[in-house]
Write a protein that binds this ligand. Structure first.
Ligand code: MN
Length: 236
């Protein structure tokens, strides 16, 4: 093929216990899927799930040292169970949805909360709050050939060693099968798709120099840190 400009490299994730890598097609995210987080940001926990996207190249496979993003003074972490699909389709019945799952990972939906608040207030899109460069750190995929479908288990995140988020994936309002089924009524899903399934309570603001660790029982763990000197906290 004669490319007019160099094509972007494929986005791939490591797979635990395998030399194979998982090629990413699309990245979807569920908003407000834990009642405890819905309460802390003032939402309604009885609404059907809603979705947004991140570009695949916003993923940071394996975490590590990343740049602190521009245009924000309120960057927040959201630790999430991420589902990776090996198959898809449209209108997937919930009863068959888990058959589409390749595996699971722990991810962080980094959010420029100040830009999200502005977008909500003005009824504008969320992309610049959610879909910026390096906004999706993600660990290795745990294939379901090596683990059961996780239905409960601790999901946690620490900032500089202090626990900020500490929930259980059993607290999800819409479970993995329901999320896949509902999302597939809007778009046709396919192998390579990822779905970030929402975050429990405890989201907090992080700054340059901060280190984050997170994990989900039976799925994996992930660490990231932000480049730069930690700024002195000022009371305002
Ligand atoms: Mn999220």
């Amino acid at each position: 093929m004669n490319f007019a400009v160099p094509p972007a490299p494929p986005v791939v994730l490591p797979v635990s216990g395998s030399d194979a890598v998982f090629p990413v097609r699309r990245v979807y995210c569920v908003g407000q899927n834990y009642a405890s987080h819905v309460a802390e940001i003032g939402g309604d926990d009885r609404r059907p799930p809603f979705f947004f996207s991140k570009p695949p190249d916003a993923l940071v496979a394996g975490g590590g040292l990343i740049a602190y993003p521009p245009r924000t003074t309120n960057l927040q972490h959201e630790v999430e169970l991420v589902v990776a699909l090996k198959a898809g389709g449209a209108d997937v019945p919930a009863q068959q949805a888990l058959e589409c799952v390749f595996g699971y990972a722990v991810g962080i939906d980094l959010t420029r909360r100040d830009l999200q608040a502005q977008a909500k207030e003005s009824g504008r899109p969320w992309e610049m709050a959610k879909s910026f460069d390096q906004s999706g750190p993600i660990g290795a995929l745990m294939p379901i050939t090596r683990t059961a479908h996780p239905v409960r288990g601790r999901i946690w995140l620490k900032v500089n060693g202090a626990v900020k988020q500490d929930g259980d994936i059993g607290q999800m309002i819409w479970n993995v099968a329901e999320v896949i089924a509902n999302l597939s009524t809007y778009v046709t899903l396919a192998a390579g798709d990822l779905i970030f399934t929402g975050t429990p309570a405890g989201v907090s603001t992080v700054t340059r120099g901060d280190s984050l660790e997170c994990g989900i029982d039976g799925v994996g763990a992930l660490s990231i840190s932000f480049r730069g000197q930690k700024l002195e906290k000022t009371e305002t």
